[in-house]
Design a protein. Sequence first.
Length: 714
Amino acid sequence: MAESTPTGVEALDHLLYTVLRETGAYGGGIFVLPPDEQVLCLAVKAGIPDAFAGPWKRVWLGAHTPTADAARERRLIWLPVGDTVGRYPQTAVVLPYRFSAVSAPLVGEDAVWGSLSLLFPASHPPRLSPRERAAIDSCCQELGLLLADAAKRGRPVLPGPEPHTMRRPPPIVPAADEAVAAVDFAQRLPEGGMALDLEGRIVFATASAAELVGVPTGRLRGQRPWQALPWLADPVFEDRYRGALFSREPAAFTALRPPGTWLSFTLYPGDSGVSVRIAPARPRPGPPPRGAGRPAGGTAADGDHVLGSDNAPTPVGTMYQLMNLAAMLTQAVEVQDIAELAAHPIMAAFEAQGLALLVLQDGRLKNIGYRGYTERAMRQLDGAQMRWTPTPASLALSRGQAAFYSTPQEMDDAYTGMSTLTGKASWAYLPLIAAGRPVGCCVVSYERPRTFTPGQRAFLTSLAGLLAQALERALMHDSRYRFARRLQAGLLPSALPRISGLTVAARYQASAHGMEIGGDFYDLIPLDGRGAAAAIGDVQGHNPTAAALMGQVRTAVHATSGVPPAEVLARTNRLLTDLDAGLFTSCLYADLDLSARRARLSSAGHPPPLLRHPDGRVSVVDVPPGPLLGIVRAAEYPTIEIPLPPGAELLMYTDGLVEAPGDDPDLSTQELIGRFAHTHHGESVEDRADLLLTHAPQGDTRNDDIALLIIGMT
């Protein structure tokens, strides 16, 4: 990042440096959550090479990663060596190395502003020490307050397009005679030595090292070993380098320098880079591998891996970014999620400057997300008809073949004016086809002319396959979601009836899993002459079958209302038993006598309601539960009667309001009582319903619907 970039991220350097020093972490980063965004941006990093930061520059807040979970759930996440595989398998795919890590939220003025991530060597004990935890907590608190204060002053700390690398205090510079002595010492050693910086570039090589690898020192400096030495271009070398940097443990492998010289490489990592020792190794048995297109060569990791290939290998960084993208796309639920998740990882993996994702809808290619294009350009290209508008995207999709344009002239020959409109100079149009069905097109573009090699074309085609599958799943989800919403809306009351003497509020919230449709229901039924009836219930399951049965239960309760509550439940139970639906239903029914200001209640295995008294006290209404509906045909349902004076409120709800995996239902019920009792002057039942739903179990772990009904006496 340029020194003059006015983002303010440099103000974070001191705090990151302090926490690294106090905890012993060798690296990490500060992620900032920009206002009105759902993406954590890596603002400042330390100890992490630029090439490794690519997959983590932007992390979707809803992703299942330590960084996102820490911010979203406002809790510290500690991952000792080995825990990442079990708890965050998708992260482990991208970083399959031995290291420990911690992620912690940055909270200031009761708002989340980002998260802090720190990396520790593999040798770190399995637990954080109290001193380390205190340093992390102090740093997060200061960062949260700093970010909150900056936003309040109208100058929020905004990350730049690339992460800023933390400035470390200047190192101790040796005297001239000491530097010469150190170089002389290294040159006298019989084995070869190289020094790599954190980015993997060779900054020093001894004459012995140059002689062993067969390349003069002048041609080695500034190059990465796998770039300067073709026979080290196998991804195994870069993988060992990455493993050493992340674990801070030595790593070793052997390599064949053509035509028949074996060399051993030992890597010793540190905070400023990696020292490499090179020595002759014993010849390995068997003939050396030979490739047709270049001198035969290969590597052997831990003495076991030998490769020779006709094709230039794909850089490990690109492969890991694609693996990260594949893992991230498995989390995409909706179509818009794919555009949000995929854009930056794809552009980083292929060093592109533009990306557009188009989906096929009703014979037209509709834009669902783009980066690096002007709004005017995308508006002009949006909605092209597949049959009548021969754009590069529609042609690639109709033919089912990727199209590559290396220069503006090539593009203009196919589609006049595209280079001027988009400001790009080369393009890859990737048709997205899943199970033989066209679903859309991905456009990857560059600001300069570019020749797409066979290897790059192959990886871009693989990328199209990943996107197509994810997009098809998302389109199916969106379609099912719309169906579910329409079905749910048709089965629940569109509006509650207005009944004199009552103020009523109802809420429904779908589960976080499945089709987002379930069997929770509520109803308010006017009764001629004397009052009303209220019902709430929960049919087992989260699918159309449960929803259909819910509709039958609600209809049965509605049809039998007016008789005593015990009889309403008994008749509904006999109906469900005769249907033999195989699904069980809980239900709470209340008969409200408005003239006497009393209520009679019966329960079929349903959570007891809460009664908010006029003075604000809240108590649990102990309704003796009868059997669930649909189990025993001759079941009986006890009835109780309670007073409902003016100002009283009755809360009826389903168990999703108080139950979540791992939570204590009794404790959750007590918390619900406290929230129901808490009120402000002038607060309505609608306000209280919103408050209760806001504090209900949230997030990916919530696997049940929520329905609630508040009935107030006026």
